[in-house]
Design a protein around this ligand. Structure first.
Ligand SMILES: *[C@@H]1O[C@H](CO)[C@@H](O)[C@H](O)[C@H]1NC(C)=O
Ligand SMILES: *[C@@H]1O[C@H](CO)[C@@H](O)[C@H](O)[C@H]1NC(C)=O
Ligand SMILES: *[C@@H]1O[C@H](CO)[C@@H](O)[C@H](O)[C@H]1NC(C)=O
Ligand SMILES: *[C@@H]1O[C@H](CO)[C@@H](O)[C@H](O)[C@H]1NC(C)=O
Ligand SMILES: *[C@@H]1O[C@H](CO)[C@@H](O)[C@H](O)[C@H]1NC(C)=O
Ligand SMILES: *[C@@H]1O[C@H](CO)[C@@H](O)[C@H](O)[C@H]1NC(C)=O
Ligand SMILES: *[C@@H]1O[C@H](CO)[C@@H](O)[C@H](O)[C@H]1NC(C)=O
Ligand SMILES: *[C@@H]1O[C@H](CO)[C@@H](O)[C@H](O)[C@H]1NC(C)=O
Ligand SMILES: *[C@@H]1O[C@H](CO)[C@@H](O)[C@H](O)[C@H]1NC(C)=O
Ligand SMILES: *[C@@H]1O[C@H](CO)[C@@H](O)[C@H](O)[C@H]1NC(C)=O
Ligand SMILES: *[C@@H]1O[C@H](CO)[C@@H](O)[C@H](O)[C@H]1NC(C)=O
Ligand SMILES: *[C@@H]1O[C@H](CO)[C@@H](O)[C@H](O)[C@H]1NC(C)=O
Length: 685
């Protein structure tokens, strides 16, 4: 019985939520490791670790309770006891059905060609067996798996090394990571050749904020503009010379009547249920104005629960507190169609109000929504609510939903009664996933997945590695950042702006002591002095990890841009799995045979992209840039004379201009519901 207490098994929910991780630094509680200021006295981990000093002391007690007399075996058992502190512990302990107290013990030499090749080259499992098989171990962590004995020798249970390693051993490979007795480290893998540049073609004139792939896997996408219209569009074949087929006069759904359009208000996000093709459900995130729309009402984010006095905000920005709301609403494809994937329109009637929250100011309220590819939950990005420096310290306030990434379950909708019984005080019709981080950090509101953000402006999951969740977060004075979002992670704002300490101009209501927070610093970013925009200060627009095969030199690089369209970066983790990200400005140009010619910037070789509002991705995994001047697709680098030794130039995309299909519908004139002064307030406050 004692053994069970001493070796608490890992929370069961891990079984359900851990996707294949590909060596992402993650702890067994699904949270990111923290940076240690000093090495752990007992376990010896330095740098980042899943344990703090308190847990280190507890592990020492656990180890001492084993009472192992043999020195070699004690060394091995100490390593195993401490494996939970390894920054990759989530993966080391992800032993499927055997998930529990023992990490996967390396039992074979690994292939040096694997990107996960370990530095070590020995069978740790054999080492454990050889040194421990005939040693008495009290409260043995091994025994619980087969026999309920509290003190045992390995050879009481297993008869040979092979038998033992059959149970506890495992190799390190593309999708498994094993424990070799030491803190996990990786050998260098050869990176793909550096991309020489990004080659664009302009395939649309319209200005859109969102482009999401049609869930049916076809060559169609949904695009939406800030004013509130959603269209179904067809992406042209590579090399066809075609443009985005879209009939702007015939939207899929027109919400302009309920959407409030202004600099940072409008239709901000669009997400299709993973099972849209069978259930027709989709979700729209937008802003509304209480004074204009009767359906616009809800609880105010700035209230006494979070120590915020709305009346003190009265005249700021001319906005009444909570006059404007952030809304997520559910709609459905036109059910008169035989199947949702054939539908070319939506039912204009809102099905359900998923979420609504009154905003304190007129800026910084993100608004993107995304379904997690691994968990099927809806992620909702929310900024700090605006003004300069987050004066109410919302982003760090665990009871506020501003400055957060939320994670909602829209499949099971909690009834009013359940909600009252559970006292969760929800902001609409959804339920809370059981493994949201409030279960680990009781201080957090139940909706919160991550916090400490200023204005997350475009997030994406890596298609190949769904546990990699990238978010660009717009900076204040100095630094524009890209964060790797993990459960319960605190990204620092407004105590930190990027990696730098930030001193809020208005003193915060809650005096944050640096020792009270454990920020996760950005993995990439740029400082405002890195760009030479003559148009204004910097503002980041996050993109995607490029996974198309069209430009093989770009494969695996995370793309992001500055709003002003002069600077685009490509970032990568080099070496892979090192946690060491670097990003560099990447040259870009427009293909000579672009279906719609790109505008030129006077006196510059760069095409004039206008303002880069967002990025998009289609079912071919191609990446698109959505700007004030149109829709740009990344095509083969050779079209712009960038060399990439891996490019297949015998295949697609070398056709001459003028081959475009005459039958295609043409794009409506410029989609010119003016993007107003989208950016003006972006950074000023
Ligand atoms: C150590 O981590 C545990 C569990 O995450 C936490 O409860 C505790 O507060 C932490 N202790 C310190 C000193 O940070
Ligand atoms: C530890 O093991 C030794 C023998 O190796 C034994 O004498 C001692 O009582 C044990 N201690 C505990 C606390 O069980
Ligand atoms: C790893 O082990 C194999 C077989 O035991 C041996 O041939 C090889 O040289 C070792 N490699 C290193 C780097 O130690
Ligand atoms: C195992 O240990 C016991 C007592 O500690 C000893 O008598 C025995 O010879 C050992 N067996 C082997 C195979 O080492
Ligand atoms: C290594 O571990 C795997 C998985 O448990 C097992 O199937 C295999 O037999 C082990 N190999 C050796 C050499 O022990
Ligand atoms: C751990 O690392 C140390 C020093 O780097 C090395 O001497 C030792 O053999 C390693 N242990 C294992 C089990 O790989
Ligand atoms: C739904 O589809 C039917 C059949 O295609 C069509 O007649 C009807 O106008 C559509 N309704 C809406 C609201 O688009
Ligand atoms: C989609 O449908 C499948 C099969 O019915 C189901 O297993 C899965 O959970 C659904 N996905 C979501 C996100 O609801
Ligand atoms: C600024 O512009 C000049 C001239 O176009 C260019 O050479 C330089 O690389 C740019 N600097 C940055 C940081 O973009
Ligand atoms: C991280 O990457 C940079 C640039 O490639 C390199 O200089 C540095 O040595 C790397 N650091 C580690 C720990 O790999
Ligand atoms: C290059 O592309 C062509 C046409 O798509 C294809 O037939 C060929 O197999 C490709 N070659 C390689 C090496 O991928
Ligand atoms: C895009 O705009 C350009 C310039 O206004 C115009 O010549 C062209 O026909 C437009 N293309 C489409 C597909 O609308």
């Amino acid at each position: 019985m004692k053994a069970v207490l001493i070796w608490p098994s890992l929370p069961l929910f891990l079984l359900f939520i851990l996707p294949r991780l590909h060596a992402l630094q993650l702890c067994t509680n699904s949270m990111a490791p923290v940076a240690l200021k000093t090495p752990l006295p007992f376990c010896g981990y330095t740098g980042s670790s899943c344990c703090n000093a308190t847990e280190d002391r507890e592990l020492r007690r656990q180890f001492e309770a084993l009472n192992v007399s043999d020195t070699a075996c004690a060394g091995a058992m100490r390593s195993i006891t401490c494996a939970i502190c390894d920054p990759y512990s989530a993966e080391l302990f992800d032993t499927g059905a055997r998930l529990g107290t023992i990490p996967i013990l390396c039992n074979s030499t690994v292939s040096a060609t694997s990107s996960l090749a370990r530095v070590s080259n020995q069978s740790f499992c054999k080492q454990v067996w050889d040194s421990c098989n005939n040693v008495t171990i009290q409260n043995s962590p091994f025994s619980g798996l087969r026999l309920p004995v509290s003190s045992a020798r390995l050879n009481d249970i297993w008869h040979s090394e092979a038998d033992f390693c059959e149970t506890f051993g495992g190799p390190s490979g593309e999708d498994t990571l094993c424990f070799d007795g030491n803190s996990t480290s990786f050998s260098r893998s050869t990176a793909s050749p550096n991309p020489k540049g990004l080659c664009f073609e302009r395939i649309g004139n319209g200005s859109y904020l969102n482009m999401v792939a049609h869930p049916d896997g076809s060559n169609r996408v949904f695009v939406s503009n800030q004013a509130g219209k959603i269209w179904l569009a067809t992406v042209p074949e590579h090399g066809s010379g075609g443009t985005l087929e879209i009939d702007e006069s015939d939207p899929f759904l027109d919400l302009t009547d309920v959407v409030h359009l202004d600099a940072q208000f409008g239709l901000m996000g669009l997400a299709f249920h993973p099972n849209f093709t069978t259930n027709g459900r989709f979700f729209v995130s937008y802003n509304c104005d209480k004074l204009q729309s009767t359906s616009c009402s809800g609880r105010c984010s700035c209230n006494s629960d979070v120590g915020c006095d709305p009346s003190s905000l009265g005249s700021d920005n001319g906005a009444q507190p909570c006059q404007y709301q952030a809304v997520v609403a559910e709609y459905t494809a036109n059910s008169s169609s035989a199947a949702p994937s054939i539908a070319t329109s939506a039912n204009p009637q809102e099905v359900r109000r998923i979420f609504t929250m009154g905003l304190p100011f007129t800026n910084h309220h993100g608004g993107q929504i995304l379904f997690g590819p691994a968990d099927g939950y809806l992620y909702f990005m929310m900024g700090d609510g605006g003004n300069k420096g987050d004066p109410f310290n919302f982003a760090q306030n665990k009871k506020a939903l501003l400055g957060k990434i939320m994670r909602l379950d829209i499949n099971s909708i909690q009834s009013k009664c359940e909600s009252q019984i559970n006292d969760l005080g929800l902001w609409g019709n959804y339920s809370i996933p059981d493994d949201n981080p409030y279960t680990v950090d009781r201080g957090l509101e139940a909706e919160i997945w991550a916090f400490g953000l200023r204005n997350p402006w475009r997030c994406s999951f890596d298609l190949e590695r769904p546990s990699y969740f990238f978010c660009a977060d717009v900076g204040q004075e100095v630094y524009e950042e890209v964060d790797l979002i993990t459960k319960g992670g605190n990204y620092g704002w407004h105590v930190y702006e990027g990696p730098n300490l930030y001193i809020p101009p208005l003193s915060p209501r809650v005096n944050m002591s640096l020792s009270c927070i454990n920020p996760i610093f950005p993995i990439m970013g740029y400082t405002h002095s890195d760009i030479n925009s003559t148009m204004g200060s910097a503002s980041i627009t996050g993109g995607y990890v490029y996974r198309s095969t069209i430009d093989p030199c770009l494969y695996g690089r995370y793309l992001y841009a500055d709003l002003y369209g002069r600077d685009i970066w490509a970032g990568a983790e080099i070496p892979e799995n090192s946690g060491n990200y670097t990003s560099t400005l990447i040259p870009f140009s427009c293909a000579k045979n672009s279906p719609i010619p790109c505008d030129a910037v006077a006196g510059s070789p760069l095409p004039n992209l206008g303002y880069v509002y967002s990025f998009g991705e289609d079912n071919r995994k191609d990446v698109f840039l959505l700007s004030s001047s149109g829709v740009y697709r990344i095509i083969s680098p050779s079209h712009c004379n960038y060399s990439c030794p891996l490019e297949n130039t015998t295949g697609t995309g070398s056709s001459a201009p003028g081959q475009s299909s005459s039958a295609r519908r043409t794009e409506g004139l410029l989609g010119r519901v003016v993007m107003l002064l989208f950016l003006l307030l972006w950074w000023m406050f």
